[in-house]
Design a protein around this ligand. Structure first.
Ligand code: ZN
Ligand code: ZN
Length: 677
């Protein structure tokens, strides 16, 4: 919200450049062919930086051991390491057993091999039979125990060893960090600074940063960051990514961005993904798209994680064009449509108003997880296709798919959005009696909504007061109050408003709705008193805004907007529209305006609701016949609803409006919601 306001103040529109992505260079790895001993030796010398397979190790082995003079112990140790690194411990052990003058490195290498595979008993036996040990041998044991989760043994090794180097400390820090003991890990790191005779190195920071991330302590994170800068350690890709990840998990997204901007690994998309996820978690969707724009400008290719995060963003913003582009991009990049990606796509297409595309993705998905089913059922629900949602739920049960509380919430929601009272009540009963699930607040909310929408206000009130096993929340009271406005029930409206104000004294909706109920009932004095109470209490109404995407650009309109660069054109269009509509009997609903202003001004206010500005702009800016998608932050008022119906008929356009409650598909003068909203 804050962001979108600042977005408006800056009067800028977010352009998303959708460029062709670069083609990938895949260098294939040719199998290694060893021809003679000198080549084998030279290849073995590179063995620390290269990875060889067991077969390749065997080739090297045969040239080095079986031909020529007895090889240097250095090469033999390298071969042991190669086998161990591939998990071929039998080969490693056999070679080790045959080496006549084993040194401490030979022993440690094999101990490390066992430890890396988690065979700590074998590692310990070997370690105990070592005649001489160095600090590396001890460190290998600490790390091994740490990975196994045996922190006691790791700590014992650390305490027993005669001297510690920084790697010993690092092993201990990461052992605790890895085993969900971030506080202990951080304390050991502090000991390095205060007690140890060694300086922390890059690995120390790489070990402690995940612990700080886990703790979510930004202050410690900033201290460690400044320590890194002071020690002069180079901020390479790994370290920057760890910092970015830490800052994101500590919710310091701006710090994360600062690190990324100057980061050497900023061409690696994996360093950007935590930032994107953080922005989405904080509902900073526009900034997430800005980051995407930066990635495009810097030619950083998104991976599947980026795509899923961005699709979630698009779902929230309702920017269908970008959503389609991301989907096409994933296909072009041959990114496998996993169940997670499919669920994200289904959710995005539903929330962008394209339930057909959502169904297409759903039917093509290789695997149907409960998330995917839920996304599809919910998609049908918010589009008012209640019968289809119920049908899909029976199909889900027929295929023996597991379902959960989210599924039931979507089904109840579907019933409520389609006015299917009996179905909704029987699903609610089945939830408790047959599926043995305990209803949560959202399930109760659906039932209240279901009863309220169809005007069964007394039943809804009784349900809240006597059938719920928990305290009703604000959402629930708001549904009831909203329905009282629609059905003109003053008494229950007052009852609901009183509870809502008690729960959320700063929320304007109770005042606005009740005042409007009084207004409609002709109780003007009460309506004025309500508005006075609202302004005395310093409660202000959240300003309405609407988004519309046209030509790859997202345009934002605020209620009574005076900032859009093409406002004059929009206003001319609006005048033309209302004239045409008036000629077929449209009259603005003045009673919806909640200010003490005269009739002419009332008319201006209502005719400049943000979705009206957006639709006028959409009609000017797009070719005839193009469907128009609008996303509104608040619930659409009944006047705008009538206005959209007329616009769809007179201008022959499909108009899809997503408000904060549901979707409205306007076509040839009718709305898919059948006026249930
Ligand atoms: Zn309106
Ligand atoms: Zn509608």
């Amino acid at each position: 919200m804050v962001l979108i306001s600042s977005y408006l103040l800056n009067a800028r529109t977010s352009c998303l450049h959708v460029s062709n992505a670069r083609t990938e260079n895949l260098t294939s790895l040719a199998p290694l062919v060893v021809e003679d001993r000198p080549q084998a030796i030279s290849l073995l010398q590179q063995a620390r930086s290269k990875r060889y397979s067991v077969e390749e190790a065997k080739q090297l082995h045969s040239y080095i051991v079986k031909s020529g003079p007895s090889p240097n112990i250095y090469y033999l140790n390298s071969l042991i390491r190669l086998y161990a690194a591939n998990g071929a411990l039998d080969d490693a052990q056999k070679l080790f057993d045959g080496v006549p003058h084993r040194d401490v490195v030979s022993w440690t290498t094999l101990v490390d091999g066992y430890a890396k595979l988690g065979k700590m008993d074998d590692a310990k036996e070997l370690f105990n039979s070592m005649r001489e040990r160095n600090v590396v041998s001890w460190n290998v044991m600490i790390t091994g125990y740490g990975k196994q989760g045996n922190l006691e043994a790791a700590r014992e090794m650390f305490d027993k060893m005669p001297e510690h180097d920084i790697a010993s400390w690092n092993s201990l820090i990461s052992s605790f960090a890895r085993n969900d003991l971030p506080e202990e890990a951080f304390k050991i790191f502090q000991k390095v600074l205060t007690e140890a005779l060694v300086m922390p190195n890059k690995v120390s920071f790489l070990s402690v940063l995940p612990a700080i991330a886990e703790l979510g302590c930004a202050l410690r994170g900033r201290c460690v960051h400044s320590l890194i800068l002071r020690t002069g350690i180079e901020l390479d890709g790994l370290l920057s990514s760890a910092l970015v990840d830490m800052y994101c998990k500590c919710d310091c997204l701006d710090h994360a961005f600062q690190v990324l901007k100057t980061n050497q690994s900023r061409d690696n998309v994996a360093s950007w993904n935590p930032l994107l996820a953080g922005l989405v978690r904080h509902k900073r969707f526009e900034e997430a798209l800005d980051i995407f724009q930066i990635l495009q400008l810097e030619n950083v290719e998104p991976d599947v994680v980026t795509i899923i995060t961005l699709i979630a963003t698009v779902a929230q913003l309702g920017t269908l064009g970008l959503g389609k582009w991301l989907h096409a991009y994933a296909i072009r990049k041959r990114i496998r449509v996993s169940a997670t990606l499919a669920s994200a796509l289904v959710d995005m297409y539903s929330k962008c108003g394209c339930v057909e595309l959502a169904l297409q993705v759903f039917s093509m998905a290789e695997e149907r997880t409960v998330e995917l089913w839920n996304a599809m059922i919910n998609g049908l629900a918010i589009h008012g296709q209640g019968k289809d949602a119920i049908e899909l739920f029976s199909q889900m049960r027929a295929e023996n798919s597991e379902f959960d509380e989210v599924t039931l919430a979507s089904i109840l929601n579907a019933c409520s959005h389609s006015g299917l009272v009996d179905d909704g009540l029987s699903f609610f009963a089945a939830m408790k009696d047959i599926y043995k699930m305990t209803p949560k607040i959202q399930h109760y909310g659906c039932i209240v909504d279901l009863l309220s929408r169809v005007g069964q206000l007394e039943e809804a009130k009784t349900f809240i007061c006597s059938k719920m096993h928990m305290k009703p929340d604000a959402v629930l009271w708001k549904s009831l109050l909203g329905a009282c406005k629609t059905h003109g029930n003053v008494e229950i409206g007052e009852f609901a408003a009183r509870h809502l104000i008690e729960l959320c004294p700063d929320d304007s909706s109770a005042y606005v709705l009740l005042s409007s109920i009084y207004d409609s009932a002709g109780r003007l004095n009460d309506a004025v008193a309500m508005r006075k109470m609202m302004s005395d209490g310093g409660v202000s109404k959240e300003p309405g805004f609407s988004l519309i995407e046209s030509g790859g650009v997202v345009h934002v309109f605020l209620v009574g907007d005076r900032s859009h660069p093409r406002l004059e054109e929009v206003n001319t269009m609006l005048c033309e529209m209302s004239e045409k509509f008036r000629s077929v009997g449209y009259a603005p609903e003045k009673q919806l305006v909640l200010f003490d202003i005269d009739d002419q001004e009332k008319e201006f206010a209502i005719s400049h609701h943000s979705e009206k500005l957006a639709i006028a702009f959409g009609l000017c800016d797009t070719a005839k016949g193009t469907p128009l998608h609008i996303v509104k932050n608040l619930r659409m008022c009944s006047d705008c609803h009538v206005f959209m119906k007329l616009a769809s008929k007179i201008y022959d356009r499909e108009i899809i409006v997503r408000d904060n409650r549901r979707f409205h598909h306007f076509k040839t003068g009718k709305c898919s919601c059948m006026d249930y909203w």
